[in-house]
Every structure is written in structure tokens, then in C-alpha cells.
Design a binder for this molecule. Structure first.
Ligand code: UT7
Length: 327
């Protein structure tokens, strides 16, 4: 594939922080249970009256600023999200409007569960490789706090809100996507769903009364599939990249559950100190999880020129995949 460089990264987390102790005041749960089962200590939640797109706009502006580029340089905007700003027209137009993309570049949403950002990266790379576009703004954004049932302790404690963004530019040399493996296992589509509010079951007073517009998750089933999915995708992507696991400098796994990450690392035999983790502070931000993690690592100066990164994720669908990127 053509060379590709991440010219800038950005992220945004809402100011409001909710700790496990805060949750345990209104919910039958405890800091001890949440920490020991998930590794989560706190999450950022968007204020109810704030439009979620504002998080994506802030993350994208930061990424463009660090890339030394402006809105007029964007050839394509891809927004990865599970729950769009509006069912029609999605999230991308709202972010394009907020950024002032007045030169009318194409934009679209991508929905691939929590793997949306990884899928988006592969799509962006392929479109750049084909010569269709040169500069891509890829945003991962999620405000699942609006769709979790705050009375369901099995799901609501897991999620946080946030957004992350990268600016991708073409480059000479050997930087870019070295290999990728993307998969979908539709036999597992029942593991994570919001049953109502789509065309199959449009929102009605009955669906709202039955709470069918809330995220429903079979946590155990997701847990059991997640590790093997990310393991398979990472091994395949590594092979396609023509490298070995030992060549990977940093593993950036989707931040869903610390125990899932640790089981993955153990199965791969990957060094724990080369795995980036921030789930304790941000919880599971779904499609925003990997770009937030990446931005924090870049700003902390952890990622060096030429480093090889493996970005791996799984989520609703069930979609899963890994992209190997040379920085
Ligand atoms: O991006 C993908 C999104 N989803 C995920 O990644 C989720 C993956 N799954 C998981 O992370 C884990 O399955 C959970 C953290 C969701 C749950 O952990 P678990 O070890 O699989 O627990 P469990 O569902 O088997 O529940 C064990 C017990 C149950 O009590 P009983 O029935 O044994 O009395 C639950 O009711 O833990 C109870 N429980 C809780 N207790 C206190 C479930 N949630 C909570 C809670 N606080 N928040």
C-alpha cells in the first residue's frame, strides 16, 4: 500500500467525571466489584444538553492543529460511531458543519461496533491507496451514556463518552498500514443491540415504555468471544504485514475490560509493558476508545518514529479486526 502518515491526533473527554463510588450511591454496585471485574475506576459523561458532535469537532480540531492543517485541507471525513447524532443524516454532516468544511469534501459514517475506528482506518488507507483522496480526517465518537439503561448495573457501569481523531496524509517511504485483518461474525449479532429505534422496530410509546431503546448486552458472551477475536485478527494482520509479534512496539487494544486485555496479552505472549491502557480513567468509549488511547500516548511522547503499532478491537455485529501501522 501507499505510504500513510498520522500527521496529527486529537481527543476530547467531557469534563464531568463519574467515579464508581458516585454510581454506587444510586445503583446496587460497588467500587470493588467494578474495579476487580473491569479495571474501570471512573468515566467521563457528556452533559445531557450538550450535542455529542461537539466532542468529535473538538477532537478533530485538535488533530488538524497538530497536523498543521486546516479544514480546507480535508479531502474526506469518516466518522466511526455506533449511535449517530441523528438516524438521518448520521454524525458526519454535523461534524463537517461544526468544522466548517465549506469546500464540500465527502463525508460518511461507518458503523462496525466498537471496531469502527479500526475499520475506518483500513477504509481510509484503501481510499488513499487508490488515489481517490489524499488527506483523511478520521473521527471516532461515542456518547453511549445516552443509550445505556442507568438502572441496569450489568451495562451502565462499563461505558464512558468521548471522541478521538486522526489526520492521515500520504507520504513517501515505508510508513503506513503494513497489514490488516477485518472480520464479522453475524451469528453473534444478538450479543450487543439496541432493539428499538431503527427501521425494524421504530420508536413508539410501547418501545420506550419497555426500555427497548437501551443498549442490551450479553456480557458473558461478549467477554468469551472478545479475546479469541482480537487474538485471531492480530495474528492474521501480523502475518499479512510480514512481521512477527515481537516486531510490534505497541499494542493498542479496544478498552472494554482490563481482564479481556490481560487475557489477550497472555494468549499472544505479548509483553505487558508494551500494551497501552487507559480504561481505568475513561472506561469503554466504544469507537472512540482507540483514538483517545492513541492521542494520549502520542502526547505523552511514548510513540517514536518508525514504531510499529497494532490497533485491535471487537464489538457489536460482531465486528472485529486489527490494523498494523508503522508510525
Ligand atoms: O465494547 C464491547 C462492550 N462490552 C464488553 O466488552 C463486555 C464484556 N463483558 C464483560 O466485561 C463482563 O462480562 C462484565 C463486566 C459485563 C460482567 O462480568 P462477569 O464476570 O461476566 O459477571 P456476570 O455477568 O457473570 O455477573 C456475575 C454477578 C451477577 O450476580 P449473580 O447473578 O451471580 O448474583 C451479576 O448480577 O455479578 C453481578 N453484577 C454486578 N454486581 C455488582 C453484574 N454487574 C454488576 C455490578 N455491580 N455493576
Amino acid at each position: 500500500m501507499m505510504g500513510l502518515r498520522v500527521a496529527g491526533t486529537g481527543s476530547f473527554l467531557p469534563e464531568r467525571v463519574i467515579t464508581n463510588d458516585d454510581l454506587s450511591r444510586t445503583l446496587d454496585t460497588s467500587d470493588e466489584w467494578i474495579r476487580s471485574r473491569t479495571g474501570i475506576a471512573a468515566r467521563h459523561l457528556l452533559e445531557p444538553d450538550t450535542p455529542p458532535a461537539s466532542m468529535g469537532i473538538a477532537a478533530a480540531r485538535a488533530a488538524l492543529r497538530r497536523a498543521g492543517l486546516g479544514p480546507s485541507d480535508v479531502d474526506l471525513l469518516i466518522v466511526a460511531t455506533n449511535v449517530p447524532e441523528e438516524i438521518i443524516p448520521g454524525s458526519a454532516p454535523f461534524i463537517a458543519e461544526g468544522l466548517g468544511l465549506h469546500h464540500e469534501p465527502p463525508f460518511f459514517d461507518i458503523k462496525a461496533g466498537c471496531a469502527g475506528f479500526v475499520f475506518g482506518l483500513a477504509v481510509a488507507g484503501a481510499m488513499m491507496d487508490s488515489g481517490l483522496v489524499r488527506t483523511v480526517l478520521l473521527v471516532g465518537i461515542e456518547a453511549l451514556s445516552r443509550f445505556v439503561d442507568w438502572e441496569d448495573r450489568k451495562t451502565c457501569v462499563l461505558f464512558g463518552d468521548g471522541a478521538g481523531a486522526v489526520v492521515l496524509v500520504g507520504t513517501e517511504g515505508d510508513r503506513g498500514i503494513l497489514g490488516a485483518a477485518l472480520h464479522g461474525d453475524a451469528t453473534k449479532l444478538g450479543l450487543l443491540r439496541i432493539p428499538a429505534g431503527g427501521v425494524r422496530l421504530p420508536a413508539s410509546p410501547e418501545t420506550v415504555a419497555a426500555g427497548k431503546h437501551f443498549l442490551r448486552m450479553k456480557g458473558r458472551g461478549v467477554y468469551q468471544s472478545a479475546v479469541t477475536m482480537m487474538e485471531r485478527a492480530t495474528l492474521e494482520a501480523t502475518e499479512r504485514a510480514g512481521i512477527s509479534l515481537a516486531d510490534i512496539d505497541w499494542l493498542l487494544p479496544h478498552q472494554a475490560n482490563l481482564r479481556i486485555i490481560e487475557a489477550l496479552v497472555k494468549r499472544l505472549g505479548f509483553p505487558r509493558d508494551r500494551v497501552l491502557v487507559n480504561i481505568d480513567r475513561v472506561a469503554n468509549t466504544s469507537t472512540a476508545s482507540i483514538p483517545i488511547l492513541l492521542d494520549e500516548a502520542v502526547r505523552a511522547g511514548r510513540i517514536g518514529d518508525g514504531d510499529i503499532l497494532a490497533l485491535t478491537a471487537f464489538g457489536a455485529g460482531a465486528c472485529y479486526g486489527t490494523v498494523i501501522l508503522r508510525w
